[in-house]
Design a protein around this ligand. Structure first.
Ligand code: DGT
Ligand code: CA
Ligand code: ZN
Length: 573
């Protein structure tokens, strides 16, 4: 059955299309959808079984929204969304993602210059037609041309945060079908790349037919591209292509290895196989001389038959991992269950977070943590920041909660905002009262590299700052990270005993993998943090764990995998 997370996706799309239809984001109707989306995201109620009238009792859900939700769980579709999609085809909607091009201008471009897609827009710019539109000019035309250049070809890839929830539900549902022995999503998603073109799913079963039947008929299909005996492709209602392959159980490992990629990794492995007198393909590792199948059932069997350590999917990018695995010298990676604490977590004191201090701590306790830092925003952050008085309240709450959890060290921290010149919230004296501060950038993303480098280094000179939060402040698919001298920042962090955060938010995954790999060489330490804004999201730290693997970060460099005593020693530095 279609899931709540997919519904959230559809509501986000609905909001996007309605913003276009209404000519701007500030209208009553757009706000109403935004509020409804927020409720859908955070509610714990089982929506699929609710009647329309029960749904309207939820905050932000009016009658017509309730009907849409109800209809969706029955049919997998939202008719209003289908109408809007017809009115605004995908080729046109991508134009809304061009920075500086608002809905009003866009609609004018369509009405007056017949711009329906990117190619039309480029042609209109080349013909210097844009400058003659009302409210435009030669300057805005130039700006537009630059903005188009910058977004480039990224249009056809989606942020991992859009693909992962769909893939996870899909795998769960397929696993429950009769005759399915194993199932896993493969491809770039399994490698945990930050953007994904399509989802590849591999299933082990001797009876593909019912699985194919389920796949093309499940509620969430927008379009069937291919319906075959063992391979089918669909476009899901949320707009992502999914390819499903069913293979013989004894070939599952080989298929999973092949379709996980990366292509470059596969080629490197095949070369090694050839050097050893065998051939590797999606069916198995086969001896060239005897044609005997040497390994095929599991990935581990295949790597071992090639005389290698098993390489985790997140490291299969042909960055030297094949050679390292052949020497049995891959770094020892952290597992989610190795984490002893979480050092960047928000409570409802922060304007953008939802759960009480008590709920957050209960969730931390549930995860078996031995320590946690509550780090609500400092005062400088517009809208969501909080003042000294609110922090005093948090301190009181924490003092009460400490009695409940004698086994857990509860730190009262703060996420300081790094201002334009590296300045931080509050006075130095006030900052010193926090047990630990995370410092991070939330604005002024476009300053030049020199200024950003100085800005980050200045912030890290502050003694209370022990973690550099989401270092490049990127938003995957939306905003590139800031420009800075990576080596200089990492070196300064090392010198100041500041850990580099591995932020687990799927839209962040920051610092990026290449920065993490560089930091390993420079000798930094790291903290994998959930940056949760809801008690349910503390478990999202597993995504940060994956990100640390992509960055080849050894477990012993991750401060929150250390036992409390060792972590505390570091904290006292
Ligand atoms: P994507 O979909 O662009 O985000 O990235 P992938 O890596 O998921 O690429 P995709 O979906 O085209 O193919 C899935 C995997 O299948 C890919 O990672 C490696 C394997 N594969 C596809 N085509 C080839 C090929 O021509 N040669 C080899 N060795 N492997 C291939
Ligand atoms: Ca793929
Ligand atoms: Zn935060």
């Amino acid at each position: 059955m279609p899931s709540r997370k997919e519904l959230v996706e559809l509501f986000q799309e609905l909001t996007e299309l309605l913003t276009l239809d209404e000519g701007g984001p500030a209208t009553f109707r757009v706000r109403a959808y935004e509020n409804a989306t927020e409720t859908l995201k955070s509610t714990r109620e089982e929506l699929s079984e609710m009647t329309v009238s029960r749904l309207t009792k939820l905050e932000g859900i009016g009658k017509s929204t309730a009907q849409k939700i109800n209809e969706y769980f029955k049919t997998g579709k939202i008719p209003r969304l289908q109408e809007l999609r017809e009115k605004y085809p995908a080729d046109f909607v991508v134009l809304t993602r061009i920075p500086g091009l608002g809905p009003k201008t866009l609609l004018r471009l369509r009405d007056e210059l017949q711009v329906e897609n990117l190619a039309d827009l480029k042609a209109a710019i080349n013909a210097k037609k844009i400058r003659d539109l009302k409210g435009m000019g030669a300057k805005s035309e130039e700006k537009l041309a630059k903005a188009i250049e910058r977004i480039g070809s990224k249009q056809d890839r989606r942020p991992i945060g859009k693909a992962l929830p769909l893939a996870e539900t899909l795998v769960e549902e397929i696993a429950a079908l009769p005759g399915v022995q194993q199932v896993q999503y493969a491809g770039s998603l399994r490698r945990f790349r930050e953007t994904i073109a399509d989802i590849d799913v591999v299933v082990a079963s001797t009876e593909p037919e019912p699985i194919m039947e389920y796949f093309v008929n499940m509620g969430r299909v927008r379009e069937i591209l291919v319906r075959g005996d063992t391979k089918s492709s669909i476009v899901a209602e949320v707009g992502i292509q999914v390819d499903l392959r069913v293979v013989e159980p004894e070939q599952y490992g080989a298929a999973l290895l092949y379709f996980t990629g990366s292509k470059a990794h596969n080629i490197r492995l095949r070369q090694r196989a050839l050097d050893q007198g065998s051939t590797l393909n999606e069916y198995g590792l086969v001896s060239l001389e005897t044609e005997e199948v040497l390994a095929s059932a599991t990935e581990e069997d295949i790597y071992n038959a090639l005389g290698m350590q098993m390489i985790p999917p997140t490291m299969r990018e042909d960055l030297g991992e094949v050679a390292k695995a052949a020497e049995h010298a891959l770094p020892i990676l952290v597992k989610t269950e190795d984490l002893q604490g979480d050092l960047h977590v928000h409570t409802s004191y922060s304007g953008d977070a939802k759960s009480s201090v008590a709920d957050v701590l209960a969730a931390a306790n549930e995860l078996g943590y031995h320590y946690i830092a509550i780090t609500d925003h400092g005062k400088d952050l517009r809208i969501n920041g909080i003042d000294e008085i609110a922090h005093a309240e948090i301190a009181k709450e924490i003092a009460r909660e400490r009695k409940k959890y004698p086994e857990m060290r509860i730190l009262h921290g703060c996420e300081l905002n790094i201002g334009k010149d590296g300045e931080l919230d509050y006075s130095e004296e006030q900052r010193a009262k926090f047990d630990l501060c995370v410092a991070s950038i939330h604005s002024h993303f476009d300053l030049d590299a020199k200024v950003q480098t100085k800005r980050l280094i200045t912030a890290m000179q502050e003694p209370s700052v022990r973690i550099l939060g989401h270092m490049l402040a990127r938003s995957i698919g939306k905003r590139e990270g800031i420009e800075c001298d990576i080596d200089a920042v990492l070196q300064a962090a090392k010198d100041a005993n500041v850990a580099i955060e591995i932020n687990s938010g799927l839209s962040r995954l920051d610092a990026p993998a290449d920065v993490l790999r560089r930091a390993c060489e420079i000798g930094n330490v790291f903290s994998i943090n959930s940056d949760a804004h809801h008690a349910d999201h503390l478990s999202g730290i597993r995504f940060g764990v994956q990100q640390s693997h992509r960055g080849w970060v050894p477990k012993d460099r991750i401060i929150n995998s250390w036992p409390l005593a060792k972590f505390q020693e570091w904290l006292d530095l």
